[in-house]
Write a protein that binds this ligand. Structure first.
Ligand SMILES: C[S@@+](CC[C@H](N)C(=O)[O-])C[C@H]1O[C@@H](n2cnc3c(N)ncnc32)[C@H](O)[C@@H]1O
Length: 376
């Protein structure tokens, strides 16, 4: 089905919103103010979702997307606007969300206070999950298992090393299509260990362990977390992965205790601590969505949390409200779960810092780093 519709404003996930016969349409690939012909790919009783096929009245801000697969594959959502506009849009979405959730009442934060840190708009990804079917490789179309073939020049979001590998080493790509570019070369995810050099420290990541995907911004992000954390504190780190943040934090704090659900990652936290001669760390495998923590340090500690897209979860929020660390440094890759989490923590903690790190340019995602300080 095709519909002519006017895009009215930006909303989440790279969509603009428009209306047709009283029904809401979420449109990909449009710019507010444009009239577009939209092809619907999802419909239910409440809304329609579609992507722009052609533009009847283009915005003067419209750019020609550099990738021929733009909007076909489920990756990028913003190649049709300048990167400066995308960054402003991300700030606006976060600011409006903070306002909507009542998090800015009596707050010193204005839109202008939220900075967005960024680096290369393309070529930043250090991992990829290709889809491979009948000798065709590429990515899935949104809401489908049909493959959109990889363009001849590769994927613009991937590092040049990953693109070269994928385009030239056809017979060494694993069946699951998962590869990671690290300082010890291209590694098969789930099969090989990766090594990363971050701020001159080597970090080992297990076969299927988490590592931030943006190779350009990670050092700045770590440096900012370190600055916010201060020095010589007792640190509890929630969702610590293989200890990428932990080894930097432990080097400047009294001690660090990290929690994470993946046993393999916990083993690597320990290995990374040994490599860096850190004797003040301890780590425990724990499902933090199912179990709480017991702290005998009362409120004499700080907490660092970098959860998955689902956010902190009820149990960790209760823990943070009851155990009251002096501050919480919360880094989130999903502001739609971050905002309700902040709302729940508001009764005990004040927001004293918010920064965006654009880890995922050209996509609707971004990382938000929040400093929460105990009101006591
Ligand atoms: C965004 S990553 C953060 C990792 C770490 N901060 C880093 O930069 O490498 C989130 C981590 O949460 C872990 N995780 C996912 N679900 C979890 C759960 N239920 N309980 C504890 N950890 C979990 C994942 O394995 C992953 O390592």
């Amino acid at each position: 089905m095709r519909i002519e519709v006017v895009a009215e404003k930006w909303v989440n996930d790279g969509f603009c919103i428009g209306y047709e016969n009283g029904k809401t349409i979420f449109i990909l690939g449009a710019i507010p103010g444009e009239k577009v012909i939209c092809e619907i790919y999802e419909e239910n009783s409440k809304y329609l979702k579609g992507k722009t096929l052609s533009v009847v009245h283009p915005s003067e801000n419209r750019k020609i997307p550099p990738c021929p697969a733009f909007l076909e594959c489920g990756g990028c959502t913003f190649q049709h606007i300048e990167y400066t506009e995308e960054r402003q849009l991300k700030v606006n979405l976060l600011y409006d969300g903070l306002f909507f959730h009542g998090l800015l009442k009596n707050s010193k934060f204005q839109r202008e206070n939220i900075s967005i840190k960024f680096n290369n708009e393309y070529g930043y990804r250090n991992n990829v999950q290709l889809k491979i079917k009948n000798s065709l490789k590429g990515f899935y179309k949104p809401k489908s298992n049909d493959i959109v073939p990889l363009p001849k020049a590769g994927c613009l979001l991937l590092s040049s090393e990953l693109n070269n590998y994928i385009l030239n080493k056809n017979n060494t790509i694993p069946e699951d299509g998962k590869l990671r570019y690290s300082n010890n070369g291209i590694k098969k995810y789930k099969k090989e260990i990766s090594k990363f050099m971050i701020k001159n420290k080597e970090i080992l990541i297990p076969e299927d362990g988490f590592f931030q995907i943006n190779q350009y911004l990670i050092e700045e992000w770590i440096e900012d977390i370190l600055n916010l954390s201060g020095q010589n504190e007792n640190v509890i780190e929630l969702f610590c992965g293989a200890g990428t943040l932990s080894i930097f934090l432990a080097a400047v704090h009294k001690n660090l205790k990290g929690y994470e659900v993946s046993l393999k990652s916990i083993e690597y936290c320990k290995k990374n601590s040994v490599v860096h001669n850190l004797k003040n760390t301890s780590y425990e495998k724990k499902d933090l969505y199912q179990n709480t923590l017991y702290s005998n340090k009362k409120d004499d500690f700080i907490c660092i949390a970098n959860p998955p897209r689902a956010g902190l979860g009820k149990i960790m929020k209760k823990y943070l409200l009851e155990s009251t660390p002096k501050k919480i440094i919360y880094s989130s890759c999903n502001y739609t779960t971050l905002l309700p989490d902040l709302k729940d923590l508001k009764e005990k903690y004040e927001i004293n810092g918010i920064d965006i790190y654009d880890f995922f340019p050209r996509t609707p995602y971004f990382e938000t780093l929040v400093l929460l300080e105990n009101r006591k």
